[in-house]
Design a binder for this molecule. Structure first.
Ligand SMILES: [Ca+2]
Length: 171
């Protein structure tokens, strides 16, 4: 978070995005061994999909002077992803991951986008996904109750204000 040199920042940003892309290609292309239980497979898919959404946000920012979307739906409406990714539920039905407001409830397969503002611009974000296994997950807002969030990602912009997620969710 302390790299202010523009060259380092650019290199760091490119390397991080490259890593994300490589990791996503690997995750999509390789068998994912997250356990044989279908719920664990689905949670693995949800985490992979959240990384794809993260890449959509980064592509948006790279075209918008490093500013991230106010509303994550702009990632779709402006063509940085074709559609929100899908996962198969245990019955084999296809379920679309969609953005929702944060709440401490097991919103299986849904995700939350929390913008981080600096002055009036969105200079960072948190992306969080709800898992499919009741009881799994993290307490992200720090109230002592499991929020069923299984993954939290953030932006790669090193100028993002360092605000803990619990502070943003507690507002
Ligand atoms: Ca909580």
């Amino acid at each position: 978070m302390n790299q202010r040199n523009p060259i380092h920042l650019l290199i760091g940003r490119s390397m991080t995005l490259g890593f994300l892309l490589a990791a996503t290609v690997c995750l999509l292309g390789c068998p994912v061994s997250t356990g044989s239980h279908p719920m664990h497979r689905i949670n693995g898919e949800i985490k992979t999909n959240l990384r794809a959404i993260q890449i959509g946000c980064e592509r948006y920012a790279s075209d918008n002077d490093g500013v991230y979307p106010e509303d994550v739906s702009e990632v779709i409406s402006e063509g940085y992803m074709d559609a929100w990714p899908t996962v198969r539920d245990p019955d084999g039905a296809e379920m679309t991951m969609e953005p929702i407001e944060f709440e401490s409830a097991p919103n299986h397969g849904m995700f939350v986008y929390v913008p981080i503002r600096s002055d009036d611009a969105v200079m960072g974000y948190y992306l969080m996904a709800y898992g499919t296994v009741a009881g799994d997950g993290m307490d992200v807002d720090g109230d002592g109750t499991n929020d069923h969030i299984i993954e939290v990602l953030d932006g790669i912009n090193t100028d993002t204000p360092d605000i803990p997620i619990a502070d943003l969710l507690g507002e």
